[in-house]
Ligand binder design. Structure first.
Ligand SMILES: [Ca+2]
Ligand SMILES: [Ca+2]
Length: 250
């Protein structure tokens, strides 16, 4: 029986030279360019690949940059060191991830944070943690919630773990008011705490429950959620259409 051939519309499918296709397949797609060429040879449209490539580009660039979360097996939570900013701005960034500035529950967690971020805090030498007495002077609570406990000087009912620097009688609410705590990295070896003015600029430590969240920030996640499924649908539909246009076997 004579095979039937259907002509492909020339504006729909990427033209492909047989030798280039074979060469790309033979090298097992060693480069992204060869992989895209091989996929194009199979019938995916230029539009599908434009959507795919643009999505990947914007997912990796600028405001969509990857966030580097570090997992602590001891607490089962993930941590991120922010850029330098005020206490309020650092907490706002934490909220954008569905998290808060860190709640430190015990000395092992404090030691892990000190050793993990000691080389990353930069010249500031300090980083915001979630402990603060913004609501009531002298009553220290955690942004992460009541489970972290509270602390007041000379109050035996205090429930929170603390590691205030003792040499300068911290927290001392110095210099017109200090209502947020920072971990001090430049005085070892354990990462003592100091209260500081909330308007100061320094990195903050964010704690997110559970294992590392997806590497992309909120913008990148939104882009992937919206664009990658669209690219996949376009690619699958174009390949399906190409398959229907292909000559029958035999
Ligand atoms: Ca204070
Ligand atoms: Ca202080």
């Amino acid at each position: 029986m004579e095979a039937m051939f259907v002509e492909r519309p020339t504006d729909d499918v990427v033209p492909c030279r047989a030798s280039a296709c074979l060469a790309a397949e033979a090298r097992r797609h060693e480069t992204t360019k060869e992989w895209i060429l091989a996929q194009s040879c199979r019938g995916a449209t230029p539009l599908a690949w434009r959507v795919f490539v643009v999505t990947i580009f914007f997912s990796a660039a600028g405001p969509l940059r990857a966030a580097e979360w570090i997992y602590n097996p001891g607490t089962g939570n993930s941590y991120l060191l922010t850029a330098s900013q005020t206490f309020e701005q650092a907490e706002a960034e934490a909220l954008s991830y569905g998290a808060h500035l860190v709640t430190i529950n015990n000395e092992p967690e404090n030691t892990w944070l000190f050793e993990t971020f000691r080389d990353q805090v930069g010249p500031a030498g300090v980083a915001w943690i979630g402990f603060n007495d913004r609501t009531q002077e002298g009553l220290w609570v955690w942004l992460g919630g009541a489970a972290g406990g509270f602390w007041m000087r000379d109050d035996p009912s205090s429930t929170s773990f603390t590691l205030w620097r003792s040499g300068t009688n911290e927290p001392n609410d110095c210099c017109g008011g200090e209502d947020a705590a920072e971990m001090v990295f430049i005085e070892g070896p354990v990462g003592y705490w100091n209260d500081a003015n909330t308007g100061g600029s320094k990195p903050g430590i964010i704690e997110h429950p559970g294992p590392p969240i997806p590497a992309l920030g909120p913008g990148g996640q939104a882009a992937l959620i919206l664009l990658l499924p669209a690219a996949a649908v376009i690619i699958l539909r174009s390949r399906d259409r190409s398959r229907r246009m292909a000559p029958p076997r035999g």
